[in-house]
Write a protein that binds this ligand. Structure first.
Ligand code: HEM
Length: 141
């Protein structure tokens, strides 16, 4: 943390290791979840690693995701997966559990969850006619 600057959410959460632990824990829950598991691809490993890169960046750490994949364009990148409101709620619930299990302080969790909620609902696309073709590891501008 630089003097005179507010610390980033990632610092307040406990650093990169804590965030990566939380994402791993989140994915372990996705693996067992009857609503979310069918939405995700067979192999959960690539998504697990991408979400770690993205979370570090999104919480104020180095831009690890964008260095590899370009602009996040998250809504666009979720088009291949049919996501409804129930899936968004479940995603948020599992992430809240994972952040708590990682030992992130309550105030920091609340701040993260407040930012996650609109983003998760922005991903809902089940009622729209969007292109569903797989995108893979595409670079986006
Ligand atoms: C609303 C409920 C959500 C569902 C059901 C969902 C589901 C998925 C699925 C199925 C994938 C593909 C994984 C793969 O290709 O292996 C994915 C990728 C990803 N998700 Fe979500 N997601 C949701 C919300 C979010 C939110 C809120 C964020 C950000 C905080 C997020 C960040 C990402 C990222 C960064 C990727 C990787 C994108 C890429 O480079 O292909 N997702 N998600």
């Amino acid at each position: 943390m630089t003097l005179g600057q507010e610390s980033s959410l990632i610092e307040r959460a406990g650093g990169r290791e804590t965030i990566e632990w939380a994402v791993d824990h989140f994915y372990d829950r996705v693996e067992r979840d009857p609503i979310l598991r069918p939405i995700y691809p067979q192999d959960l490993r690539p998504g697990r690693e991408k979400l770690k890169l993205f979370f570090v960046q999104w919480l104020g750490g180095p831009p690890l995701y964008s260095e590899r994949y370009g602009h996040p364009r998250l809504r666009r990148r979720h088009f291949p997966f049919v996501i409804d409101e129930q899936a968004a709620e479940r995603w948020l619930a599992l992430m809240s559990e994972a952040l708590a299990a990682a030992g992130i302080p309550q105030a920091v969790r609340s701040a993260i969850e407040q930012r996650l909620r609109p983003l998760a609902f922005h991903m809902v696309n089940a009622h729209q006619d969007v292109p569903r073709e797989p995108l893979g590891d595409v670079w986006m501008e």
